[in-house]
Design a protein around this ligand. Sequence first.
Ligand code: NAD
Ligand code: UD1
Length: 346
Amino acid sequence: MLPSPHILVTGGAGYIGSHTVLVLLQSGFDVTVIDNLSNSSDESLSRVARLAGKSPRFVKADIRERGQLSAVFAERPVSAVIHFAGLKAVGESVRVPLRYYDNNVVGTLRLCEAMAEHGVFTLVFSSSATVYGDPATVPISEDQPLGTPTNPYGRSKLMIEQLLTDLAASDARWKVALLRYFNPVGAHESGLIGEDPNGIPNNLLPYIAQVAGGKLRELSVWGNDYPTPDGTGVRDYIHVVDLAEGHLCALNALQTRPGVGIWNLGTGRGYSVFDMLQAFEAASGKTIPYRLAPRRSGDIAMCFADPSRAERELGWRASRGLQAMMEDTWRWQSRNPNGYRSSTAG
Ligand code: NAD
Ligand code: UD1
């Protein structure tokens, strides 16, 4: 019998990574995770193992460490790499930009060097809709000109896209997927794995969930004077399991597709802050106190995807709706009020 394809997942203990590792294991892949646990806990992988009935191999290491990376590649042939490892806190990236360029850009560069040294040329990269900046029109298609991200985090994603595009142009063996995520939310339906933000959440849904759970007092709605139907910001929220499945479809597509492919992973639907608030209240039965607050600097009015290229070329589309996003978020939050530090889940 042929051995199962072996996928290396960087940052696989994190939010999107852990859901993707689960989908990979359930689809018959062997998985090695490399993560320095700077923003995660290996408890996520124990729970993934519980759900999948088999374990990923876990190596606690930093992708910027040549020796550690090389050892991982040398140990067992790798078929492809899915690259989630990176820092993602927008505000922190403004305060300590070098940490972001080092971790995200230099980390990716080291990873690509190690891949080439070991003859691995298939890479799926976590990019972001942030590379479109403030879009001229919505829905946003991949052909739309790239914008100017408003912070070092966003610029690090843009730089990595450029780095990978240059690399693929220099050597025809590279097959690269740039997946531009819209707004990932939700959790696995089991309530065992989910998003475990450090400190006070920056993003809307984890913040609402912590208000519902009694950890935070009220939501601040940042701006109700945007040119949107109800004045609040509109985003394309995508269920994290749909997003995880998109990685599997991208891996499949890369088998027959050289060069760089760029795909939006979004639903194509936009929801406002008030839409999200109401949907969460309906799913959880909780009332979420809120107050109106000034706009957050760097925010844009509207951002949602044209996901038709992913459907056409990857055979992928998001299937989980707003209700599932909310119910799954609340199940995860209420069973794990302190994230992976809670001991009673399941
Ligand atoms: P996360 O912080 O939960 O996961 C990232 C993981 O990478 C963490 O487990 C962290 O410990 C690990 N890591 C960071 N630096 C590392 C390094 N140098 N070496 C090894 N491991 C390292 O974040 P996430 O939400 O799962 O995001 C995954 C990827 O998707 C990131 O690259 C992020 O920028 C990108 N992304 C996320 C979102 C979002 O809203 N969550 C949106 C667009 C793009
Ligand atoms: C933010 C980041 C973006 C990153 C994305 C996914 C900024 C400026 N942008 O985008 O770079 O790629 O997360 O990680 O931080 N909102 C509130 N109150 C809150 C939180 C959010 O009203 O407490 C509103 C925001 O103004 C926005 C919407 O909710 O209209 C969604 O916010 P958020 O979840 O932070 O995502 P983005 O702004 O899309």
